[in-house]
Design a protein around this ligand. Structure first.
Ligand code: SF4
Length: 200
């Protein structure tokens, strides 16, 4: 059993916040354990809770279309969420739920070691950019603490607001360039005191 599979078992048995009471299935995440790109959404919805898999509803279908636009399928990337159990009625995750669940995501990031971590939506973005506004920083890659973060709108946002669709598609198309730039940076010496580094 891989480390990620062991973590998924821990998630399935977790009772660290009240969301465990309402879940049908926990949704730890899925994808290769050496994925170059990791997508982190917000929380499981109805379909995800039913199936125990991330991004399987309408937003997931759109994510798959976006991945296809850069020549990838969902099997090529690791997909997870900030919290692993569905909030009732798909409400926003609460701060104490995010805090309780954070160690799972921290460990997933450490185990996978992605070249680029794409945050989908504001709760995911807030992990790396607590005071950032997604309307301002989407599509801008920054390296923080050894991880290149790339914030995007959540695909569901583009389904609810069609005016965002072009923005989301354009941000996705830039990901191969972000990966290339991140790989080049990894090979070069990091600048001194570069805690946060804008790539573009
Ligand atoms: Fe545990 Fe996270 Fe589920 Fe809360 S949301 S019960 S912390 S796995």
């Amino acid at each position: 059993m891989s480390e990620l599979e062991r973590l998924a078992e821990e998630v399935a048995q977790c009772t660290k916040c009240l969301l465990h009471r309402g879940r049908t299935h926990a949704v730890p995440g899925e994808g290769p354990d050496d994925a170059t790109i990791m997508f982190v959404g917000e929380a499981p919805g109805f379909h995800e809770d039913q199936q125990g898999r991330p991004f399987v509803g309408a937003a997931g279908q759109f994510l798959e279309e976006l991945l296809a636009s850069i020549g990838l399928t969902r099997d090529d990337v690791y997909i997870t969420n900030v919290i692993k159990c569905r909030p009732p009625g798909n409400r926003d995750p609460l701060p104490d739920e995010i805090r309780a669940c954070a160690p799972f995501l921290d460990r997933q990031i450490e185990m996978i070691g992605p070249t680029v971590l794409v945050t989908l939506g504001r709760f995911s973005m807030a992990r790396a950019f607590p005071s950032g506004r997604i309307s301002h920083i989407h599509g801008e890659a920054r390296k923080i603490g050894g991880v290149v973060y790339y914030p995007m709108y959540h695909p569901a946002a583009a389904l609810h607001r069609p005016s965002l669709r072009g923005t989301v598609e354009e941000d996705m198309r830039r990901i191969p360039m972000v990966i290339e730039r991140a790989a080049q940076m990894a090979e070069s010496q990091p600048p001194p005191q570069a805690e946060q580094l804008e790539l573009f």
